[in-house]
Design a protein around this ligand. Structure first.
Ligand SMILES: [Zn+2]
Length: 167
């Protein structure tokens, strides 16, 4: 991620920052670059945004009600992909995606209560590779075991045939 994005991630919840970095890595592998355009906001900053909400193409929460004020939300921009692709990767990583809000906010990702709770066990028990398309490299490492097994059984078969045909 670029320096400006890292700068913004430095002031949000570490677990959120970690997931956004994971999003960046997963999406970069697909040629999609994300940037953090907004992270933590003071109540005064949220109030200023709210006052000008008519000129904002995205919905703006009232001051005191935004997770940005708690360092639990980021707004992202991206190039090279669609909001659906970026949203899907964020959701796989346990973030709540604003693209599903009743007034969609596709750049918005937040760490919910569920996300915080699951953060504790996330490292210890990642979901199965089949449900985690972004972990394709890990998945292919698992699938790579299958050709080895095939060779193993082929060798046994060849040895068995050699033994049988000897007698
Ligand atoms: Zn937001």
């Amino acid at each position: 991620m670029d320096a400006a994005s890292e700068n913004k991630l430095a002031s949000v919840a570490p677990e959120l920052a970690a997931r956004v970095r994971a999003m960046a890595s997963a999406l970069a592998a697909r040629g999609i670059t994300i940037r953090v355009v907004s992270g933590l906001r003071s109540t005064a900053q949220q109030a200023a945004l709210y006052a000008n909400r008519a000129s904002n193409r995205n919905p703006v929460a009232a001051p005191g009600t935004s997770l940005h004020e708690k360092g639990l939300a980021v707004d992202l921009s991206w190039s090279g992909g669609t909001s659906a692709q970026v949203g899907a990767v964020g959701e796989v990583l346990g973030l709540r995606w604003g693209g599903r809000f009743s007034r969609p906010d596709p750049g918005h990702f937040e760490l919910t209560g569920v996300g915080i709770a699951s953060a504790v066990t996330f490292e210890a028990s990642p979901p199965a590779p089949a449900q985690m398309p972004i972990y394709a490299s890990q998945g292919s490492a698992l699938y790579a075991a299958q050709p080895d097994d095939t060779i193993f059984y082929l060798v046994i078969a060849v040895v068995a045939v050699a033994l049988i045909t000897r007698y």
